[in-house]
Design a protein around this ligand. Structure first.
Ligand code: ATP
Length: 208
């Protein structure tokens, strides 16, 4: 089973890497594909150029956890990076193998604003990373969607290509790329928030 971990990765940090590993273990993923987006539809344009964000991702995954890979398709595609297009292209590649979209709870709560959002669960399962034990109130269109598709065990995900929502408890590392950029901008260190090769790259390139 393949997991898709999308993000701006501006820069990639240990909050991404650790949660990716925990989700991989909890859901029994063979592969986690990190998909850096070129132009996020729902938020500000990333500060670092796409090729620099990709370079940092490559540095972070040197000597990485087995099965961690990078998929550059959103960088190669013109226009906004829509996850539904990304999942459709991976689906075309992998046939009926189970596929999971990995999202943080915050991102999941905004799902109804994503382009053609209802098609996401036709193409993949959705793994939602959450603070252990947290149980938010799902409102609006999300409430019936969660009620209909939720499964409390990861095992059934392996038997269907797509269509379920499963919540995974992950260790909360209160690290955000925004705060890393802010630290660098104000002359503070990002060391130990990002892998050392990424921190050296940020310094050498004068990023942020
Ligand atoms: P920014 O601060 O620029 O918004 P970010 O640190 O949230 O960036 P993104 O690349 O936008 O990073 O995040 C991609 C995905 O990673 C999202 O699904 C988000 O929920 C998740 N994520 C980011 N930081 C963490 C963290 N510390 N712990 C768990 N998940 C995280």
């Amino acid at each position: 089973m393949i997991g898709i971990y999308g993000g701006t990765f501006d820069p990639i940090h240990y909050g991404h890497l650790r949660t990716a590993l925990e989700v991989k273990e909890a859901a029994g993923l063979n592969e986690v594909r990190f998909v850096p987006c070129r132009l996020p539809p729902h938020r500000a344009v990333p500060e670092a150029e796409p090729e620099l964000r990709l370079r940092m991702l490559e540095l972070a995954l040197l000597d990485a956890e087995p099965g961690f890979r990078i998929d550059t398709q959103e960088l190669d595609r013109p226009g906004p990076s829509y996850m539904v297009d990304t999942l459709a292209s991976i689906r075309a590649e992998i046939g009926i193998r189970p596929l999971c979209l990995i999202v943080g709870l915050d991102a999941f709560l905004g799902l109804p604003r994503w382009h053609r959002w209802r098609e996401l669960s036709d193409l993949a399962h959705i793994l939602v990373m959450r603070r252990p034990g947290s149980e938010p109130d799902f409102a609006g269109d999300l409430a019936p969607y969660v009620t209909e598709l939720r499964t409390d065990q990861p095992a059934p995900l392996h038997h269907q290509p797509a269509g379920s929502i499963h919540f995974v408890d992950v260790t909360q590392l209160d690290i955000s790329a925004t705060r890393i950029r802010e630290a660098v901008r104000t002359g503070r260190s990002a060391r130990y928030l990002v892998p050392d090769p990424v921190w050296r790259f940020i310094q050498n390139e004068g990023l942020y």
